[in-house]
Design a protein around this ligand. Structure first.
Ligand SMILES: Nc1nc2c(ncn2[C@@H]2O[C@H](COP(=O)(O)OP(=O)(O)OP(=O)(O)O)[C@@H](O)[C@H]2O)c(=O)[nH]1
Ligand SMILES: [Mg+2]
Ligand SMILES: [Zn+2]
Length: 358
């Protein structure tokens, strides 16, 4: 690590002390990695920030809770929430609204021009969640940043349990370096507990955490709450899986706030363009993104798929070829597991489907 980076890290530690951050040392490491891997824009901002910080600023670190279309952001500082605009210097680099600030970003706000608060810096991101528009260029649209957990919600029935969709969300989580949590809801509609256990076995055996819930019987709700506590989570899953019902079960009234926020914004001139960050009363945040009902996968990730597909990590190290695509290769451990009946054929089908449709 360069001397300069060390210094910068130390100053973060001081400023961020009271914010809801994960372990700061761990975050520091992740940020260092991210800085190297980062897109050229954020890289330029990070360098630029050191060169051109204006003098006379009073910088406070905060977290972006909502972004409005008119360059206004709701920023949670240590002890207050303020509306801040994006400083002109930042705008130079972040000229496209889709690539600029997102909910979950840690930022530095210049407080010296009160009440005209200005966001001067975006701190490097731990991770980010994006979706890709379906056009031929697959333009990346940022949704949120610095997320701890992707909650993949699927219902057992109504609509029918769809492991294929869970696979895609798991891949999405893996490519974005976000911890996944699988929630199978509506288990009150389950008539055969054995079938349910079989349905989720592959994921549990592959090391994923699976929670079975019902908003009707409240089964699994406390277990889910414990997993959400003190983390920043995004709920994903197809329409009707029960995301809103679960959120309402966990904290009655919380989603109403979202509805009010967007209503207000529709009438007013400031439309929220992305996600909103809401605070759980038991600790942590819910990053509410209306858009994550389908897992948008990036075509470029296809090369990673043979290693990223959920559960394949148990097998692929034994494939004869390091770049084995598990399709017709000699000595393929996945195909062997499939033949011996150890690998669920549905999961292999799902893999092939994703490979062919990316
Ligand atoms: N039987 C049963 N029904 C449930 C359960 N959870 C939710 N529902 C019902 O499922 C339907 C859809 O639930 P929502 O919470 O609106 O689903 P959602 O995932 O938020 O859907 P979108 O907002 O469209 O993405 C509602 O009619 C709920 O009452 C459950 O645990 N058991
Ligand atoms: Mg909903
Ligand atoms: Zn293979």
């Amino acid at each position: 690590m360069k001397q300069k980076d060390k210094k910068r890290k130390a100053s973060y530690t001081g400023r961020l002390k009271n914010l809801d951050l994960p372990d700061i040392e761990v975050l520091g490491e992740i940020l260092d990695e991210e800085r190297e891997a980062t897109t050229y824009k954020t890289a330029r901002i990070a360098t630029k920030r050191d060169q051109t910080l204006k003098s006379g600023m009073t910088l406070k670190t905060g977290r972006v809770m909502a972004v409005m279309s008119n360059y206004q952001c709701q920023v949670q500082l240590q002890d207050e929430e303020v509306t801040a605009s994006i400083g002109g210097r930042l705008k130079q680099f972040l000229y496209k609204s889709t690539t600029m600030l997102v909910v979950g970003d840690y930022v530095e706000v210049d407080m010296s021009l009160k009440p005209d608060y200005r966001i001067e810096n975006i701190l490097p991101r731990k991770n980010r969640l994006s979706r890709y528009d379906s056009g031929s260029f697959q333009k990346e649209i940022l949704v949120a940043a610095n997320i701890d957990q992707l909650v993949i919600t699927s219902s057992w029935r109504m609509p029918m349990y769809k492991p294929g969709l869970i696979d895609r969300f798991l891949i999405l989580a893996a490519t974005h370096k976000i911890e996944p949590l699988i929630v199978v809801n509506k288990i009150d509609l389950c008539e055969d507990p054995e079938e349910l256990e079989e349905g989720i076995a592959y994921y549990r055996e592959s090391g994923f955490k699976v929670i079975l819930t019902s908003t009707v019987s409240r089964a699994g709700i406390d277990e889910l709450k414990a997993e959400l506590k003190d983390k920043d989570s995004v709920f994903s899953g197809h329409s009707g899986a029960g995301k809103s019902s679960l959120i309402n079960c966990l904290q009655p009234g919380l989603e109403l706030i979202t509805a009010e926020v967007s209503d207000f914004n529709e009438k007013g001139k400031h439309t929220t363009t992305q996600a909103t960050m809401l605070t759980w009363d038991f600790g942590g945040h819910l990053i509410d993104t209306p858009g994550i009902k389908t897992a948008y996968l990036n075509r470029e990730d296809i090369a990673l798929m043979p290693k990223l597909f959920p559960g394949f990590d148990r097998y692929y190290p034994a494939c004869r070829f390091r770049d084995c695509a598990h399709i017709a290769e000699e000595g393929c451990a996945i195909l062997q597991a499939l033949e011996s009946g150890e690998m669920d054929p549905d999961r292999y089908e799902s893999y092939r489907w994703i490979m062919e449709n990316l």
